[in-house]
Design a protein around this ligand. Structure first.
Ligand SMILES: *Cc1c(COP(=O)(O)O)cnc(C)c1O
Length: 423
């Protein structure tokens, strides 16, 4: 991408020619005290609110007010099967078949429910592999699974680590782990896009590798869903889970997505936790029947879900359905490539980008190390109206989101960085 140019004029020109430019106006952009748009670079942490979300949530509030319990059947969007309104679009977003996807629970809860079914350790095969930089919640979750099954959580955990003085992970090192310990490993649980470095892994390659050694392979796609093409079905992964409040713009703490590969859809032998929402829809309300497992990912649901949260997800997914992941990724690569170009212009002796430079191996986020920086750099950026994310010891994570961030946003961010560095 050598046709990028410096200067504000170029950024404005790109925004003008952007096929998705109208979408920014469909989101609430946080503002400073003077009413100016902040440069919001933390859509990887909490995605912004689509303006139409209020109407979607209000519809359900109104139906609840007017109909009470009858809303389960009589609401404009009947609550009984409300989660089904989300399935197809969510499946498209993550590259899965509808039978493989359900929206339910929260992310870490889904990881545990998936492990209840797919982490079936024996005295010989019980170890779990995660990235050494895995998101803390994932690490706590797998450690507690090890303890739950009576294993030592230190001894049972294998960390896939970067090499000395590096941050990114190498597949060859994962291969070595499997060559050495493969027979003892029950599960690989990997972040589809690493939250810290922004490295987007080859899910298919990891799955093939894990399966070759008889391991179950699951992915946490919190930083992948709505950001990159995950192609979960083709990856062959056994399961995956992701939240909807990051790139999927569905509101703080909103419900999560879950994927179970089609080949497990009709299995009755898997250990699962069940509830009335995993039971056959036709007989669910007879309340007397013996348990009759729903096929597919839906069969892992437990409870009737919170409709207000699902209404916000529905609003957001309607935007994704309209745009499509192909167009999003196309803009994302341009925008993040531009960001990289501007950062490199600041001098590679000052700025180091940890995130892979190959667009196939990253989403929109760039994780940046600034020479001799500490958290005051991040605080100064915030004072300049740039919302970014600081990770100790020295990394700033910025995610220009193609749905609502502009080339001008990226330009302004780098200009502020330049001012701070020259102070
Ligand atoms: C954001 C994130 C979480 C958060 O988990 P919740 O259960 O939604 O609180 C977990 N894992 C990863 C990799 C994340 O990026």
């Amino acid at each position: 991408m050598s046709n990028y140019r410096l200067g504000l004029e170029y950024a404005l020109e790109q925004d003008q020619n952007d096929a998705l430019k109208l979408y920014r106006n469909q989101f609430h952009i946080p503002k400073d005290n003077l009413g100016n748009d902040l440069v919001y670079m933390t859509g990887n942490s909490l995605g912004l609110q689509p303006k139409q979300t209020k109407a979607y949530v209000n519809q359900e509030l109104e139906d609840w007010a007017n109909l009470g319990v009858e809303g389960h059947f009589e609401a404009k969007n009947p609550w009984l099967g409300y989660h089904e309104f989300l399935t197809e679009t969510m499946a498209d977003v993550v590259g899965a078949k509808p039978i493989e996807v359900v929206v339910m629970n929260t992310l870490t809860a889904n990881l545990h429910f998936m492990m209840a079914s797919f982490y079936q350790p024996t005295s010989n095969r019980y170890k779990i592999v995660i990235e050494s930089d895995a998101f803390p919640s994932d690490k706590y979750a797998v450690e507690s699974q090890l303890r739950h099954h009576g294993f030592n959580d230190k001894e049972g955990l294998i960390l896939w680590k970067p090499r000395k003085n590096e941050e990114l992970l190498n597949y060859e090192d994962l291969e070595s782990i499997l060559e050495e310990h493969g027979e003892a490993i029950a599960l690989l649980l990997i972040g589809g896009v690493n939250y810290y470095t922004g490295q987007f892994f080859d899910l298919k390659r990891i799955t093939k590798l894990g399966h070759k050694y008889g391991c179950i392979v699951g992915f946490d796609c919190a930083h992948g869903a709505g950001n990159v093409q995950l192609n979960l079905h083709d990856s062959g992964a056994d399961f995956a889970a992701w939240c909807t409040y990051k790139y999927l713009n569905s509101g703080p703490g909103s419900l999560a997505g879950c994927f179970v590969h089609e080949r497990h859809a009709y299995r009755k032998d898997l250990n699962r936790f069940a509830g009335w929402w995993s039971h056959n829809k036709q007989t669910r309300f007879k309340m007397r029947d013996d348990f009759d497992q729903l096929p597919g990912a839906e069969g892992w649901q437990l409870s009737n879900p919170p409709i207000l949260s699902m209404a916000a997800i529905r609003s957001s997914l309607d935007v994704f359905a309209e745009v499509g992941m192909d167009k999003l990724v196309e803009k994302s690569r341009k925008l993040t490539g531009y960001f990289e170009f501007l950062l490199k212009d600041l001098g590679e002796d000052v700025i180091r980008i940890i995130t892979p430079s190959n667009p196939e191996e990253r989403g929109c986020q760039l994780s940046i190390q600034v020479k001799n920086a500490d958290k005051s750099l991040h605080d100064k950026l915030t004072a300049y109206g740039v919302i970014s994310d600081w990770r100790e010891p020295d990394v700033i994570r910025c995610a220009p989101v193609p749905l609502y961030n502009s080339f001008e946003d990226v330009y302004r961010l780098v200009e502020k960085l330049k001012v701070i560095l020259n102070e």
